[in-house]
Design a protein around this ligand. Structure first.
Ligand code: ASP
Length: 193
């Protein structure tokens, strides 16, 4: 049995067992009301890159997101949703609420907009607005009809222009240009407050 998944290994259990200790306690139906004893873990990473030969590449990691419905795949491994690269145009990927990225084909939409000639940030913002427009379930809406969740889109164009945008203000991303690595602020659809 693998033991290298950290706390996420025990997501869905009410106890976090130690090696050799008692087995994890799994909640029975209807017992899910109590506070979880396992912390909420998340942290998907997307990387889009352009190599020295001018070819684009990308990967999006799965995050070990806690408390997923068994069998849920999310957007991360779905080409077009959490990741999409067209070597003629650009590359994009998403983190955040996977269902929203899936519903709006967010990574594909971002690359498609870059194909139309838009910049990476503008394309990411447009794709996020499309997600906001598609969000109609009340439980997913906060004040002023804004999505209550975040999605961040990372975009890189074939000419090396890059950027990122998130649904809400306050997110950052890492840019690596030539030998320089910088922490940058994501553009955003909805400002704080
Ligand atoms: N996008 C991931 C998912 O929905 C979660 C994440 O970005 O942490 O599975």
């Amino acid at each position: 049995e693998r033991t290298d998944f950290g706390a996420a290994r025990w997501a869905g259990h009410t106890s976090n067992p130690t090696p050799g200790g008692p087995p994890p306690v799994t909640p029975k139906p209807g017992e899910s009301g109590g506070a979880p004893k396992v912390p909420f873990t998340f942290g998907t990473v997307h990387l889009s890159g352009l190599d020295a030969a001018g070819d684009l590449y990308a990967c999006t990691s799965t995050s070990g997101l806690s408390y997923k419905i068994p069998g849920r795949a999310g957007d991360t491994p779905i080409v077009g949703a959490g990741i999409y690269t067209d070597n003629d145009t650009g590359s994009a990927g998403c983190t955040g609420r996977g269902e929203a990225a899936l519903q709006s084909c967010a990574a594909y939409e971002t690359v498609r907009l870059m194909e139309e000639g838009r910049g990476p940030v503008e394309s990411a913002l447009e794709a996020l607005k499309r997600i906001a427009k598609h969000t109609r379930e009340k439980r997913l809406l906060a004040a002023q009809g804004r999505p209550s969740f975040n999605v961040t889109i990372y975009a890189l164009r074939k000419d090396g222009a890059l950027g990122s945008a998130s649904m809400h203000e306050g997110y950052t991303y890492i840019a690596h240009r030539h030998a320089k690595t910088t922490l940058e602020k994501c553009a955003f659809v909805f400002p704080k407050g």
